[in-house]
Design a protein around this ligand. Sequence first.
Ligand SMILES: [Zn+2]
Length: 89
Amino acid sequence: MKVKKIPMRKCVACGENKPKKDLLRIVNNKEEGIIVDPTGKKNGRGAYICKDISCLELAKKSNRINHALNAEINEEVYKEIADYVTNSK
Ligand SMILES: [Zn+2]
């Protein structure tokens, strides 16, 4: 029997490796700028974060997403991430 490999990604805040589907992707897309990418399929440089408000706060406080994407993350984007994080509970 073939074991299906689960794609793992690392959370930018806590540094834990988790299955991709348990994380939220934020992508630096050429056309759209910094966007939340729940499908995980958008082009661009991506950063992953746990669907956990404490990870979001940590990432925000330490500007981890900025560093990961090499871009400025504005309040709108954080708000959007927070929406996904709180709604996924
Ligand atoms: Zn995390």
